[in-house]
Design a protein around this ligand. Structure first.
Ligand SMILES: C[S@@+](CC[C@H](N)C(=O)[O-])C[C@H]1O[C@@H](n2cnc3c(N)ncnc32)[C@H](O)[C@@H]1O
Length: 237
């Protein structure tokens, strides 16, 4: 694994290798590096999803499954979590085995090429996943395709805070401290360098909102959470 993002290498292969390698420490590091706030961010997604009263939910890039499992609270009768990393899904499956009767199923699949029929879900969610796509527009179009007419896509993604009083110390933490802790705990020297790099490379909110419209969504709303550290987008099909 190279210590910098290599544009010439296949990004998808790098992403799969990276998440397979850190899967065992992913939850621990999430909690440590966000001081537990990641749970609040997922709770905000679940709260918004619940308002839609969905029967069917697809969670793309479900990772270790926390959001898919938390979405049991929405009362949906079908919740499908897909991810491209077999090891991340393995961790999710272990958690799910504690709730065997649940309506959550997990599947190995690429969010840019979803193995579902058109118009299959009321809500699609993707939390900290879209930034990792190789071809983001293709992924957004796929999520649009599998949504029912009138359905909602909810995207949660990191952002760089615009307020300099928050932004400057946060940048120091994000680019200097976080990669060091990440490397110590995960033993992967690349993954937690890639994280701030990929957040910095992710388009600004206005540009991403336009990409959602380009992918076919008709209406896009955005909320900033936690001083602009994270943006939550809601897009209507
Ligand atoms: C930062 S983790 C987020 C996991 C989870 N959503 C969460 O909130 O903790 C990103 C996940 O995206 C997955 N991923 C990356 N590219 C993907 C793709 N093209 N299709 C499906 N999953 C993908 C990775 O394997 C990884 O599990």
């Amino acid at each position: 694994m190279k210590p910098q993002h290599d544009n010439t290498a296949d990004k998808k292969e790098q992403v799969i290798e990276m998440f397979n390698s850190i899967s065992g420490k992913y939850d621990l590091l999430n909690g440590m590096l966000s001081l537990g706030v990641d749970k609040y961010w997922r709770y905000r997604v679940v709260r918004l999803v619940k308002k839609k009263k969905p029967e069917t939910i697809l969670d793309v890039a479900t990772g270790t499954g926390d959001l898919a499992i938390a979405m049991l609270k929405t009362g949906a009768n079908t919740i499908v979590g897909v991810d491209i990393s077999v090891n991340m899904l393995q961790v999710a499956k272990k958690k799910l085995s504690a709730t065997p009767q649940s309506s959550v199923t997990l599947q190995l699949a690429d969010g840019e090429k979803l193995p579902f029929e058109d118009a299959s879900f009321d809500v699609v969610t993707i939390v900290f996943g879209v930034r990792n796509f190789d071809n983001r527009l293709a992924g957004l179009k796929e999520m649009h395709r599998v949504l029912n007419p009138g359905g909602t896509l909810i995207v949660l993604e990191f952002s760089m805070p615009r307020n300099p009083f928050i932004g400057l110390p946060y940048k120091f933490y994000f680019f200097k401290v976080l990669p060091w802790i990440g490397k110590m705990v995960s033993k992967n020297s690349y993954a937690y360098i890639y994280l701030p790099q990929s957040v910095e490379e992710f388009p600004k909110a206005e540009v991403f909102a336009q990409e959602l419209l380009d992918a076919g969504f008709s209406q896009v709303n955005k909320q900033s959470l936690t001083f602009g550290l994270v943006d939550m987008y809601e897009a209507k099909k």
